[in-house]
Design a binder for this molecule. Structure first.
Ligand SMILES: [Zn+2]
Length: 109
């Protein structure tokens, strides 16, 4: 799979765009991941983690603020249902985008 920000270099890591405080599992459940090089992955967990997460969401075509709000709303009984619906909508969208990155690297080698 091609790394998202590496000029066609292969991805070595799959980064969970939302992590910490139980978010890693939610990222897993909804394909909220992005292929990165090791170098880019280190930046993703550095002091500018949020800026990087915003950039990754933009690249993957999802709204950072809405997605974070939905993740944070999963524990709210009144908002849980809508949050799940929103996140379930992203699951397929992310799978399609990840597949396209996979195909890009297959045909650009
Ligand atoms: Zn990571």
């Amino acid at each position: 799979m091609t790394a998202a920000f590496s000029n066609g270099q292969p991805a070595e890591d799959l980064h969970h765009i939302f992590f910490g405080r139980g978010r890693r599992k939610i990222s897993d459940d909804h394909n909220l991941v992005i292929p990165l090089t090791v170098e880019e992955h280190q930046k993703a967990h550095g002091p500018k983690a949020r800026e990087h997460a915003e950039k990754y969401c933009e690249y993957m075509g999802i709204d950072f603020d809405k997605t974070l709000l939905a993740i944070n709303s999963l524990t709210n009984p009144l908002k849980k249902r809508d949050a799940k619906k929103y996140l379930n909508g992203l699951t397929i969208k992310m799978a399609v985008k990840l597949k396209s990155l996979e195909l890009d690297s297959k045909y650009n080698t």
